[in-house]
Design a binder for this molecule. Structure first.
Ligand SMILES: Nc1ccn([C@@H]2O[C@H](COP(=O)(O)OP(=O)(O)OP(=O)(O)O)[C@@H](O)[C@H]2O)c(=O)n1
Ligand SMILES: C[C@](O)(CO)[C@H](O)COP(=O)(O)O
Length: 237
């Protein structure tokens, strides 16, 4: 199997979170959010290296080192992110190619803001790659009724049959993903995940069932939810 790399986009500002500190660094239980996110990958022998993509100032000042605390390898030297999440992912992929990755290698892209990824879900995604020539992503089927809102009112219901919530990690061949992100950028298409860039190129990535507790810390309330999820897990042992 080709080598597997990880890109962790952590270059956002967390505007919706609304804290003075970028949400990827805020304390969650005992450690920064991003430290929990990285913990899901550390010790996984199939992962050749983890590429962090951080806000520029954190790299310039080196602040990320004390924010993350001691991190075992295989953390690669972090690189500066871009204006959009897709830019940060693209910059992370380019950094991997400069450090020895090749286009046919797999890359998993996982939001720094998703600190509750289960190891079992990561393993399920990794194991799916042998039969996922067009890539794969963790996802959960939509379980709520979906409304289309107009002026604060419901203007109708969206049929949820066959709809999934895309999570991360999302896994693709590195070169194909980079080309798809470059094509989206050239076409000025706003994309919010790697799979949408690949779908625009005709790829049909596999949907790998994950757990709904792989939440993205977006709003401040999500931090408490993430803490409750991690607390419940540590009680389960
Ligand atoms: N220019 C950006 C924007 C986002 N991200 C990362 O992409 C992940 C998901 O993005 P999101 O939850 O939207 O984070 P922010 O962009 O920071 O949030 P907001 O939109 O509220 O500012 C986060 O780990 C974030 O750090 C990134 O690396 N570079
Ligand atoms: C990539 C993602 O987490 C999949 O659900 C989501 O699209 C990120 O969206 P954001 O607005 O950049 O947080």
């Amino acid at each position: 199997m080709e080598r597997v790399w990880v890109v962790i986009p952590a270059g956002g500002r967390g505007q919706r979170f609304g804290a003075a500190q970028a949400k990827q660094y805020v304390l969650l239980r005992d450690r920064p959010v991003i430290a929990h996110t990285l913990a899901a990958f550390l010790g996984e022998p199939r992962i050749a290296g983890i590429q962090l993509v951080l806000p520029g100032e954190d790299i310039a000042t080196g602040a990320w080192r004390e924010l993350l605390g001691p991190m075992p390898a295989p953390l690669l030297p972090p690189v500066v992110g871009g204006g959009l999440r897709a830019d940060s992912v693209r910059l992370g992929l380019e950094a991997l190619l400069r450090q020895g990755a090749v286009p046919s290698d797999w890359v998993l892209v996982h939001d720094a803001a998703r600190p509750c990824l289960r190891r079992e879900d990561l393993l399920r995604l990794l194991e799916s790659l042998a039969n996922a020539p067009q890539g794969a992503l963790l996802a959960v089927p939509v379980a709520d009724t979906l409304k289309r809102g107009e002026d604060g009112c419901s203007s109708g219901t969206v049929d949820r049959e066959g709809l999934w919530r895309a999570l991360t990690p999302q896994a693709f061949p590195l070169g194909a993903l980079l080309a798809a992100l470059e094509a989206a950028r050239a076409g000025n298409r706003q994309i919010t995940d790697e799979a949408s860039a690949m779908e625009a190129q005709g790829w049909r990535p596999r949907l790998i069932p994950g757990h709904g507790d792989n939440i993205k810390v977006t709003l401040s309330d999500d931090l408490m939810l993430a803490a409750a999820i991690l607390a419940a897990r540590s009680e389960e042992g």
